[in-house]
Design a protein around this ligand. Structure first.
Ligand code: SF4
Ligand code: SF4
Length: 372
């Protein structure tokens, strides 16, 4: 059954205010050049007029720093205690873009691979957070989600997909969590089921918006990027392509690409001590830093930025697809394209990888068939 509902756009603040009564609701807020998710404030209202948040919403699930356990070597506190995941409140993130929701469904595979290796912090935050996404009617020039298995109106990872129809909003529940959230919408919001003549019109407008948005992306000079040739070459062949030194030449190893990325998830674990006690913390890290792989001996297997830059792209386009049923470790959100201070464009890198893989001679390895 199609249980989508149509609301006046003017009702959205009332709907969000109702959700706010029992949970924290975060909405996008534009401030100058920065767009960030902030707690919904009825006084401030709601703006849907934004591209995407400047930084990804990843910290909602994977904070930049978090305490894993506390320990002490003296007194009554001697021993260690595992830290509970911070905060227990239910949350809604309203206005998340489909690419970011897709990124979190990807990271579910990383942080919760099986029952024996579920990351409790990630799982707890995911379980108590509902994602209400808004389809992109006007994708940014840097976006390329359609090349990464997504789309501007894709629902993967979302609990509710909202479509901005202008004066109205179509809310389509995707999961049981989304349906429960829809059931909480107050009667004051004038809902119309997306059935019947008016509903049919709204669904038609939503479909046209999706088609138009995908057509915009199809006109991009980077449309049609593919991982096919990279997938058919061996790790060794892709590793040895002659493209890496040139790509790495201008990179500053600043890490802006990885810290703004919704799918990057490298971290470091450190013990911070003060006197007889301390805590173990998990902090974001970046494969672009030489320290990330430095051994205690001082040796590092990625001593120059060529190895580090290659690692970033191989992880996203070779290793993650190999381990995650073909899904790339990139959702095409375009943040790294927009944020790189020296204009390294991941789409150009993928195209260079594709061209070089097609041209490389077969190595004879079983996974290394010739590509057309
Ligand atoms: S943002 Fe650009 S310069 Fe900085 S590490 Fe990433 S690719 Fe290199
Ligand atoms: S690699 Fe770049 S385009 Fe891909 S998900 Fe990360 S920030 Fe977005």
């Amino acid at each position: 059954m199609n249980d989508a509902m149509i609301f006046s756009r003017l009702d959205l603040p009332r709907i969000i205010a109702a959700w706010s009564a029992t949970r924290a609701v975060y909405v996008p807020a534009v401030s100058g050049a920065l767009t960030a998710f902030t707690l919904f404030d009825p006084e401030r209202g709601l703006s849907l007029d934004y591209g995407n948040s400047t930084l990804s919403p990843k910290p909602f699930f994977f904070p930049q720093t978090e305490c894993l356990l506390r320990f002490s070597t003296r007194g009554e506190d001697a021993g260690l205690a595992v830290a509970e995941p911070q905060g227990t409140q239910k949350r809604v993130i309203f206005g998340i873009r489909p690419c970011d929701a897709g990124a979190f469904s990807l990271l579910d595979r990383v942080f919760c691979q099986d029952k024996g290796s579920t990351d409790p912090s990630w799982a707890s935050r995911r379980a108590r957070t509902a994602l209400v996404g808004i389809g992109c009617n006007a994708p940014d020039a840097a976006c390329f989600c359609t090349s990464m298995g997504g789309g501007p109106h894709h629902a993967r990872g979302l609990d509710i997909l909202a479509t901005d129809l202008g004066d109205e909003v179509l809310l389509t529940p995707i999961t049981d969590k989304g349906r429960a959230l829809m059931a909480e919408i107050p009667a004051v919001a004038a809902a119309t089921p997306a059935r019947g003549a008016r509903g049919g019109t709204a669904l038609g407008r939503a479909e046209m918006l999706r088609i138009n948005a995908e057509a915009v992306m199809a006109r991009s000079p980077f449309s049609g990027l593919t991982l096919e040739a990279v997938a058919r070459r061996s790790q060794r062949t892709v590793h040895a392509l002659g493209i890496w030194a040139k790509i790495a030449e201008t990179c500053l190893n600043c890490g802006a690409c990885t810290f703004t990325c919704p799918t990057c998830h490298c971290f470091d674990i450190q013990d911070e001590t003060k006197g007889p006690s301390g805590r173990r913390v998990r902090n974001w890290d970046t494969c672009m830093s030489w320290l990330f792989t430095a051994h205690a001996s001082g040796h590092t297997p990625r001593p120059t930025k060529v190895e580090r830059v290659r690692q970033r792209f191989l992880h996203k386009f070779k290793y993650m697809p190999m381990n995650l049923d073909g899904r790339p470790g990139c959702v095409g959100c375009g943040r790294c394209v927009r944020q790189c201070p020296v204009n390294i464009d991941i789409r150009e890198v993928l195209r260079a990888m594709d061209v070089a893989c097609r041209a490389a001679p077969p190595s004879g390895a079983s996974r290394d068939e010739a590509v057309s």
